[in-house]
Structure formats: structure tokens, C-alpha cells
Design a protein around this ligand. Structure first.
Ligand SMILES: NC(=O)c1ccc[n+]([C@@H]2O[C@H](COP(=O)([O-])OP(=O)(O)OC[C@H]3O[C@@H](n4cnc5c(N)ncnc54)[C@H](OP(=O)(O)O)[C@@H]3O)[C@@H](O)[C@H]2O)c1
Length: 256
């Protein structure tokens, strides 16, 4: 029997989950929480989902419940609902510990992914491993089980990395437009630069990313010239510091 899947919280990320789980031949019926009625109705109409009468109704109708409410609301919302032991609660709430959901008798799994789940193009990190959760989430992209909760937190940071890449895209687009390239063309050049780079990274499995970079930055060539400026300005190393800052934010004691 296939799992009945619910989604609690149909904001930005909840919407991406709905889109990803409704794609193509492996689409699954979903039941959505009703808060933000307009958005729930629009998602339901577009993707053929059901909208529950209440959060409790959504929980009652689901075997696997995906949680996509804001982190600060998550534990209180979960504690206010009645859960069955045979259910699985999958929290995508960044930085909220598994222990924060101990009020629910359901199995609790933490997960994280990027907005690209909408296109089935994100990895999904999970902890702990759970076969039922894997079978649901692998529709969104490769599911990678993390060794422990601390590693899951590190995985969470990497989806901040994904989002920050849009800052690099915006710089490239803006430079291209200032130098006469039409906005549509700039968008396409930048979008395909990222897709192409990602595909080449995944294709050339025997090469390290450093090897690929060296092969592109031939001595005295154009790429080497640009990289020298980024290195001199500390722009590449600053990415590590940015990711450290995201990790510190996730581990902030203000989180439940
Ligand atoms: N945004 C991303 O790309 C992304 C990626 C990975 C994970 N996440 C995680 O996803 C979660 C949501 O982030 P978001 O960016 O999607 O935030 P968001 O757009 O604010 O969505 C949160 C949604 O939860 C709803 N909500 C609030 N209280 C609720 C309740 N009691 N019952 C049911 N729904 C309730 C909100 O309704 P109202 O609109 O009526 O307030 C809103 O639609 C966060 O925990 C975040 O860490 C986000």
C-alpha cells in the first residue's frame, strides 16, 4: 500500500515540495494544511492535491507528514497535534533539533533540501535513515543519509550555499548587462553556466574539483587572470567564512 503524504505549512518551501512531489509519472496524492487558505487552494487546484479541514485533519489523513513551517513555530505546532505511533514526521525546519519534537509519538526524521526539489534537482539530506522516508523523498532528488544530527546540520548549511550561489549569478548577469548583453541572453548564459558547471562536476567523477579548475585556468589565460583577482581579494576563501556563519546561526542557542 502506498504511503499517504501530508504537508504542514504551504509557504515557499511547502510549495516547492508540492511541485516536486506532483511531477510526472511518480506524482503522489498530497493532503495540504489549510493555513493560508488562498495559497493552499491555488496549490491544490494546480497540482490536484486535497486541502485538509484543519492541521489535525491533515495529520489524521497522512502516513508520512512533511513539516515546512517556520523553525520558530515548528515544535509548538507539532506538540499541539495528536500523532499516531505508526506515522513518520519529516521536519525540513532548519536548525530545529529532533528532540524538539519529542512530544509526538511518531517516528521523527530530520531532512533538508533546496528549493530545486520543485524540479527534482536537489539532493535531500536525512537523519536518521528511514526506508519509508527515503521512498517518498527520492522523488525530489538523490536522498543522502547523514551519519548523525551534527552532520545533518552541516548538510543544512550546504543548502544555504545553494541559495547564496544566486548572489554570484546576479553579479554575473549584472556585469553582462552593463557590457551590452540583453537581459534575457545574460540570464540564459548565467543559468547554463551553472547548469553546465554542475553537470561537468558530476560527470568527471575521477577528477577533483581542483583538477577541473586547473584544467580550465591555463597558465597566462583568461580564467587564470580572473581567478587571481578573486584570490587576491580573498573572495574565494570568504565562502568558507560565510558557511561557518550559517552553521553558527543554525546552532544558535535561541533555537529550540
Ligand atoms: N525557503 C526555502 O527555500 C527552504 C529550503 C529548505 C527548508 N526550508 C524550511 O522550510 C520552512 C518554511 O520556510 P519557508 O521559507 O517556506 O517559510 P514561509 O514561506 O513563511 O512558509 C511557512 C508557512 O507555514 C505556515 N504556517 C504558519 N503557522 C502555521 C500553522 N500553525 N499550521 C500550518 N501552517 C502554518 C505559514 O502560513 P502563513 O503564510 O499564513 O503565515 C506559511 O505558509 C522553514 O523551517 C525552513 O527552514 C525552507
Amino acid at each position: 500500500m502506498s504511503e499517504r503524504i501530508g504537508i504542514l505549512g504551504v509557504g515557499h518551501f511547502g510549495g516547492y515540495l508540492v511541485e516536486g512531489l506532483s511531477r510526472g509519472a511518480r506524482s503522489v496524492p498530497l493532503v495540504l494544511s489549510p493555513r493560508n487558505a488562498g495559497r493552499a487552494a491555488a496549490l491544490a487546484a494546480r497540482h490536484g492535491c486535497a486541502v485538509a479541514a484543519s492541521n489535525q485533519d491533515a495529520v489524521d489523513r497522512a502516513d508520512v507528514m512533511l513539516l515546512a513551517t517556520r523553525p520558530d513555530d515548528a515544535a509548538v505546532i507539532v506538540a499541539s497535534l495528536r500523532w499516531r505511533k505508526d506515522q513518520v514526521l519529516v521536519s525540513f525546519c532548519g536548525g530545529v533539533s529532533r528532540a524538539a519534537f519529542s512530544a509526538a509519538p511518531a517516528t521523527v526524521v530530520r531532512a533538508m533540501a533546496s528549493a530545486a526539489v520543485a524540479a527534482g534537482e536537489s539532493t535531500v539530506v536525512v537523519w536518521p535513515e528511514d526506508a519509508r522516508v527515503r521512498s517518498v523523498l527520492e522523488r525530489l532528488g538523490p536522498v543522502l543519509a547523514m551519519a548523525d544530527e551534527e552532520t545533518l546540520e552541516s548538510g543544512t548549511v550546504m543548502y544555504g550555499y545553494y541559495a547564496m550561489l544566486f548572489g554570484v549569478m546576479a553579479e554575473g548577469e549584472s556585469w553582462a548587462e552593463k557590457h551590452g548583453i540583453a537581459p534575457d541572453a545574460a540570464r540564459e548564459i548565467v543559468g547554463l553556466a551553472f547548469r553546465g558547471a554542475g553537470l561537468m562536476r558530476l560527470r568527471d567523477k575521477d577528477l577533483s574539483t581542483e583538477d577541473i579548475l586547473r584544467s580550465l585556468a591555463t597558465p597566462g589565460g583568461l580564467t587564470e587572470r580572473g581567478l587571481a583577482v578573486l584570490e587576491k581579494d580573498g573572495a574565494l576563501k570568504s565562502w568558507g567564512r560565510a558557511l561557518d556563519a550559517v552553521l553558527r546561526r543554525i546552532k544558535s542557542p535561541k533555537r529550540p
